[in-house]
Design a protein around this ligand. Structure first.
Ligand SMILES: [Zn+2]
Ligand SMILES: [Zn+2]
Length: 257
């Protein structure tokens, strides 16, 4: 039937999408067949070390024989090109057991070696860290009896009960004079934020190793710390207690992608 809104010369957007998904499916099928064939050819040169039968892949880095023996073909049949030594399996790759250089596996097709247990544990840890952080934030907000949390350019320390004392304890000084945080001083959170981001890059740094921006080290520590608190609230970084220090990490928005 002819669509009156589309006289038939131009395919409608929906049919183009259908076409694309059809092509994708064909490519995926083709890739699966190539992969199957690749493993058939490569495994035909080897036999099960226990029963001498042929082998077939069952999942990445795992093959089996008709008698049910299961082995990792990379560990069983491949030696390192550097030292001719056996390989060891790391979380995301194989390495030479002698010099620890990374060795690409002949028995992986186009996939990254993937340790499911490690991934599951990492995701659990990430989720529980997020939950702890959210609970802590809720608790802090409830205690501050504040309806909204504002990210002010220049924070008013007294608006968060106990923060000044906490900072004193963290910095290790008996007294922090009020003018250390006064607007008359040259504290710019924007500058500190830029500085911190450039120092930690995409990774992480200990609080104590972030270089100071002013000569007054006590003020500098306090300002760095305040900026980090706001950056954490803004979900730009995560802060983790690390002994007497703090580990500052850039928040990965696409973690484990
Ligand atoms: Zn076998
Ligand atoms: Zn080696």
């Amino acid at each position: 039937m002819v669509d009156p809104t589309n006289p038939g010369l131009v395919p409608s957007p929906r049919s183009i999408l259908e076409e694309i998904s059809f092509v994708y499916k064909r490519v995926a099928d083709f890739k699966a067949r190539v992969k199957e064939y690749y493993f058939e050819v490569i495994l035909s040169q080897y036999q099960c070390p226990e029963c001498k039968e042929g082998l077939r892949m069952i999942e990445p880095s795992s093959c089996t024989c008709p008698n049910g023996h299961i082995l990792d073909p990379t560990l069983a049949f491949q030696a390192s090109h550097c030292c001719g030594a056996v390989l060891i399996r790391k979380t995301f790759h194989y390495a030479c057991s002698r010099c620890t250089q990374i060795v690409p596996s002949r028995f992986l097709f186009d996939e990254r070696l993937f340790d499911k247990t490690y991934f599951r544990e990492m995701m659990q840890e990430l989720r529980s860290r997020d939950r702890r952080r959210r609970e802590e934030l809720r608790r802090l907000l409830a205690e501050s009896r504040s309806d909204t949390l504002r990210f002010l350019e220049e924070p008013i320390l007294d608006s968060i009960p106990g923060l000044t004392e906490a900072l004193d304890a963290f910095i290790g000084s008996e007294m922090v004079s009020a003018d250390a945080f006064s607007y008359k001083t040259a504290f710019s959170m924007t500058q500190y934020r830029g500085h911190i981001l450039s120092v930690i890059g995409l990774g992480g740094r200990l609080f104590s190793t972030i270089s100071p921006m002013t000569d007054d080290s006590r003020k500098d520590k306090a300002w760095r710390f305040i900026t980090l608190l706001f950056m954490e609230q803004d979900r730009e970084v995560t802060l983790t207690q690390y002994g007497q220090d703090l580990l500052v990490e850039r928040r990965k928005h696409e973690a484990y992608a």
